[in-house]
Ligand binder design. Structure first.
Ligand SMILES: *[C@@H]1O[C@H](CO)[C@@H](O)[C@H](O)[C@H]1NC(C)=O
Ligand SMILES: *[C@@H]1O[C@H](CO)[C@@H](O)[C@H](O)[C@H]1NC(C)=O
Length: 186
């Protein structure tokens, strides 16, 4: 066995042990959600207080929580700003049109279906809960390093019936680097 193979096996073993400890780890990465919450006031669509996202060791993502639409939503212009570490992005999209545009992607349709999110406009007034089934992200294991870092975002959506604001902050952390960091920094 050559040195690089030994190193690979050693690192893989450490990652597995660290993953087993956190129980929220996929492909050596752990998802830490700081918050997903409403911002501002008088939101026409509101997330429930306990809104959570968990990534399990088998690379399944569980979204738990409910949202309440206080009116029938027939149009939704989404303005968003996002940041991954120092890289920023922002934009404006017609939410209803985006839902129409992704109709041809069976993968996105399935994700919307699993999450219990609306697949088209209008979104009817009332309460709906997410998280009946998990989403399997095993396929994206090898891309985790691309998404790794501190992710933050905020969206303000203007609908026919009023506005709503949602913000989130999360970290996708390499467990090995985290452990080394803790070891060195304390
Ligand atoms: C909302 O939409 C539903 C279904 O289309 C309709 O039955 C209901 O009357 C609408 N409610 C309001 C307040 O417009
Ligand atoms: C998740 O998907 C992968 C392939 O993408 C598959 O091998 C694995 O069995 C799935 N996990 C579950 C729990 O369904």
């Amino acid at each position: 066995m050559n040195a690089s193979t030994t190193t690979t096996i050693l690192i893989s073993t450490i990652v597995l042990i660290l993953c087993a400890k956190t129980a929220r780890c996929c492909g050596g990465y752990e998802l830490e959600v700081d918050y997903i919450r409403n911002c501002g006031s008088d939101n026409i669509v509101e997330l429930s207080d306990k809104f959570s996202v968990d990534m399990k060791p088998n690379c399944e993502i569980y979204v738990n929580g409910c949202y309440t639409a206080h009116a029938n939503i027939t149009s939704a212009m989404v303005e968003f700003t996002g940041q991954k570490d120092l890289v920023k992005l922002s934009g404006k999209r017609d939410g209803c049109k985006v839902l129409d545009d992704v109709k041809s992607s069976s993968e996105i349709q399935m994700a919307l279906e699993i999450l219990g999110l609306p697949k088209s406009c209008p979104v009817n007034k009332g309460k709906a809960c997410l998280g009946i089934k998990p989403i399997n992200v095993s396929k994206y294991k090898s891309l985790m390093n691309v998404f790794a870092g501190h992710l933050k975002g905020k969206s303000v959506t203007t609908t026919n019936a009023g506005k709503f604001c949602i913000e989130f902050s999360a970290k996708l952390v390499n467990v090995l680097i985290k452990a080394i960091g803790h070891g060195v920094i304390g």
